[in-house]
Design a protein around this ligand. Structure first.
Ligand code: AHG
Ligand code: MN
Ligand code: MN
Ligand code: MN
Length: 336
């Protein structure tokens, strides 16, 4: 009957995380407060993205970041919003952002136990044409709250406590894992709340889509060249895969998570370490994909086993459905 069309028991992201953390009562309040500040940042960016064309948020900010990329106005604005929200939460001690050359050490009076690594605005090249973009984040616990150091983040992705992303697409969706399952929440604009809409996301074991910037093909190594060739001309009697590439990691990984398949950002001769940054792109996405039952591989090892030596270090990454990544791993082993 008519009431069935309406959700009446609203599982907000706050309620969900409070339930999830009830096994760790000591950290429950702090983690929830931290997450609420990340959510606030996402809501702000979502609202800015929606009116970018109206609010003069399109175009360049006039600065270059440490990666040598030109910063867009929305890169700079989103970064400021996240840094301020995270510091004011009183729950962080160290922040690493794509847009800040140096890590930010929070002053003692505002310090908490969490470390957040983030890409405030992912997919910058898609801002000005209104294509999906996102925010990526990873959360760690500091060893000694009185003395946070860079070594607290320069460790393998296995020590990450939680990770997530928010996609500003046809709807605004936040996907989060605090170590167990992966859960998706959709922003209800009329409530201003993220509501659980995709509980316990599992990536299909094998997919029909591959996602890569094929314009770089002339610089690829043999394993990737062979893999992509097989996607188009399968040798095992299966149908060819479809190609989808948005150019926003968040949107490409989100589709991969829901539909299955593989996302690749390989190394090439120009960029021997690939393009994507380990701490705030490769690790959070690899963490989510693994928690959903998929795999993430660098060409040499499991992505989460990497140990970065500096905060903006890059790595190639191949992530997605378990069986599809398995095929790339086999090609790399054969090439050894
Ligand atoms: P960012 O906008 O945060 O700098 O990240 C851009 C990244 C990522 O979103 C995407 O997967 C990749 O750049 C696309 O790179 P190409 O344009 O080289 O394909
Ligand atoms: Mn960038
Ligand atoms: Mn990015
Ligand atoms: Mn970015």
């Amino acid at each position: 009957h008519s009431m069935e069309a309406h959700r009446t028991d609203l599982m907000t992201i706050t309620r969900f995380v409070l339930n999830e953390q009830s096994k760790h009562p000591e950290s429950r309040g702090d983690f929830t407060i931290l997450l609420n500040h990340i959510v606030l940042g996402c809501k702000f960016v979502c609202s800015a993205v929606n009116k970018a064309g109206l609010a003069k948020l399109i175009g360049l900010a006039g600065e270059t970041n440490v990666q040598g990329e030109e910063q867009k106005k929305l890169d700079v604005l989103s970064n400021e919003v996240f840094v301020k929200a995270l510091v004011s939460s009183g729950r962080t001690c160290l922040l690493v952002s794509e847009e800040n050359e140096e890590a930010i050490f929070v002053k003692p009076s505002k310090r908490g136990r969490y470390i957040v690594v983030f890409d405030p605005l992912d997919g910058s090249s898609n801002i000005d044409c209104g294509v999906s973009i996102g925010t990526i984040f990873g959360i760690y616990l500091v060893k000694d709250k009185e003395n946070p150091t860079l070594d607290d983040v320069l460790q393998s992705g296995n020590s990450m406590l939680a990770a997530g992303y928010c996609m500003y697409g046809s709807s605004c969706m936040l996907v989060l894992s605090t170590g167990n399952g992966v859960n998706g929440f959709t922003l209800d604009p009329s409530l201003g709340e993220f509501i659980l809409t995709r509980p316990d996301i599992k990536i299909p074991k094998k997919g029909k889509i591959y996602s890569v910037n094929e314009g770089n093909a002339q610089h690829w190594d043999e394993a990737i060249t062979k893999y992509v060739e097989r996607c188009k001309f399968p040798t095992d009697g299966s149908s060819p895969k479809s190609l989808r590439y948005i150019g926003s990691m968040v949107a490409d990984v989100h589709r991969t998570l829901l539909y299955g398949g593989i996302f690749l950002y390989p190394a090439d001769k120009k960029s021997p370490n690939g393009k994507l940054r380990i701490l705030y792109e490769v690790f959070p996405m690899s963490y989510l994909i693994e928690r959903a039952g998929g795999q993430a591989f660098t060409g040499k090892q499991r992505a989460l086993d990497l140990v970065p030596k500096n905060i903006h270090e890059r790595s190639p990454v191949f992530l997605g459905s378990f069986d599809d990544v398995e095929e790339i791993k086999a090609l790399y082993s054969a090439a050894e």
